[in-house]
Write a protein that binds this ligand. Structure first.
Ligand code: FRU
Length: 484
């Protein structure tokens, strides 16, 4: 099906019941729907938005085009959870239905004020000449799920920015509310702008300046910047589109990167002593990670397991994209660790010592121990000939390689079929989550992460061990109370 602009921007009310029914029936035929990861009910899921704690529950929205696997007219769909593992969808929440967001409710963040959740997001508007106007706008969600949009622009497009100016993140630093917005300046360089809420009023923002994080200025746009504080150190997660691979190598069409600062100077709008830029994830499909300082003291993050401008095999079943598991961020010896929240263990059902398997439900967790000076290779989503997702742990060379070239249907081939990263040569561990068409690999409890999608054939459900003999545990995972 051709996704013309007209079709992508067709108003929601103009999609017929029959068309929606057809999409649902098509999705029901998909062999690749996840078991325990958040996925769109219909259509395309992209960025996580508004990840927050509100009214005693965890809240996150997925940005969605509900009518097929295309980047069309976007809305936010609300998910709630009491354990950060089981999520329930509570409805389409931020619709593109006002003059300030008529062409899409784009990315943003959320924070509770009094008994309402303030949503801070980008209203994407196209005028009659299809010129884009990005408005940083807000809405208030009450406890019954009623949403009221604030009828004014909260942050205007700055004079030095192009129409690529979006994705506001609100955060609290030492009792003062700030926001950062990602953008592109008139020299077509990506940058991040820092604002302050005047008198802590979230409807009144004044600019502090361009965030100084030793930006190398090779990217043309900074999407989805997030600033979190771990032990008081600022960590900036962001997506520098077009970043030069000489600055930091990466394999995906667009990277998700981070920098760790020593401290944060709000007056100078600066991250002091920022680290070099680093890959947040060494896998194939991880973007637009959203993180926040949760009221319980943890720093939580969730990523879009998908990328812009990539076609996925699931598109023909009218669905695309999933969320990663919720990950807790921490700093150890100056390094960022990302690891699924402990409640993920509640999914564990049957367990057995790790060994080759001819057949599984492709819904499991592996905990593997990797001894120093050894090399191991396993194949997940393996067919009877041992072809599938190949993972090589070479602790002699200090290298992990993930190769998806034989794992079902090929896609995104322009960006290669394998990814590698260096690890310490000392004994370490790998925790691997497999969910139908998703893998998330955490080396050394999250010091290095590989996430991605594969679209296996029906006979690719096994586990093969093709080198060495890694020991560990296999846990079958059972979601139990699936929401939809
Ligand atoms: C990142 C992004 C954001 C934007 C949204 C639009 O994936 O491009 O910058 O707000 O998606 O869907």
């Amino acid at each position: 099906m051709a996704w013309t602009t007209e079709k992508r921007y067709k108003r929601y009310e103009d999609w017929t019941q029959e068309e929606v029914q057809h999409i649902k029936e098509n999705i029901a035929k998909s062999p690749w729907r996840a078991n325990y990861h958040v996925e769109p009910q219909t259509g395309l899921l992209n960025d996580p938005n508004g990840f927050s704690y509100f009214d005693g529950k965890w809240v996150v929205f997925y940005q969605n085009f509900p009518f097929g696997a295309a980047h069309g007219l976007k809305c936010w769909v609300q998910m709630e959870s009491d354990d950060l593992v089981h999520f329930t969808e509570t409805g389409l929440r931020v619709l593109p239905d006002t003059p300030l967001d008529s062409h899409g409710a784009y990315s943003g963040s959320a924070m509770q004020f009094d008994d309402k959740l303030f949503l801070f997001y980008t209203g994407n508007v196209r005028d009659e000449n299809w010129v884009r106007h990005p408005y940083q706008i807000g809405a208030l969600l009450d406890k019954s799920g009623k949403l009221e949009k604030i009828d004014k622009v909260l942050i205007e497009q700055p004079a030095e920015a192009t129409d690529h100016f979006r994705d506001p993140q609100i955060f609290n630093y030492k009792g003062q509310f700030y926001a950062i917005v990602g953008g592109q300046n008139l020299d077509k360089q990506g940058y991040v702008k820092l604002y302050k809420a005047v008198d802590n009023d979230y409807t009144n923002w004044e600019v502090i300046g361009d965030l100084d994080f030793a930006n190398d200025k090779t990217a043309y746009m900074m999407e989805c910047p997030n600033l979190v504080f771990i032990n008081d150190q600022p960590v900036l997660l962001y997506c520098p589109q077009g970043l030069s691979k000489d600055v930091q190598d990466y394999g995906n069409i667009y990277p998700n990167m981070y920098k760790i600062g020593q401290s944060f100077d709000t007056n100078k709008a600066a991250m002091i002593n920022p680290s070099p830029i680093q890959n947040l994830d060494y896998g194939f499909d991880c973007y637009a990670t959203q993180a926040f300082n949760a009221p319980d003291g943890r720093v939580l993050a969730v990523s879009w397991l998908g990328l812009p401008d990539v076609e996925y095999p699931s598109d023909r079943f009218d669905h695309q994209g999933a969320f990663s598991l919720v990950k807790e961020l921490s700093l150890k010896d100056g390094k960022l660790y990302q690891y699924p929240v402990p409640a993920i263990k509640d999914l564990r059902a049957e367990e057995q010592p790790f060994a080759a398997l001819t057949e599984s439900k492709n819904s499991y967790e592996l905990e593997l121990n990797l001894a120093a000076d050894t090399e191991h290779e396993i194949v997940l989503f393996a067919d009877k000939d041992g072809k599938g997702l190949r993972i090589n742990f070479d602790l002699k060379a200090g290298l992990v390689t993930v190769d998806r070239s034989l794992a079902g249907e090929p896609f995104a081939l322009d960006f290669g079929t394998s990814r590698s990263c260096n690890i310490d040569k000392e004994a370490t561990s790998a925790t691997i989550f497999i969910d139908k068409s998703i893998f998330e690999i955490f080396i050394n409890k999250g010091e290095k992460v590989f996430s991605g999608r594969v679209f296996p054939r029906e006979d690719q459900t096994g586990i093969a061990i093709t080198k060495g003999n890694p020991t560990g545990t296999y846990y079958e995972l059972d979601y139990g109370r699936k929401a939809n």
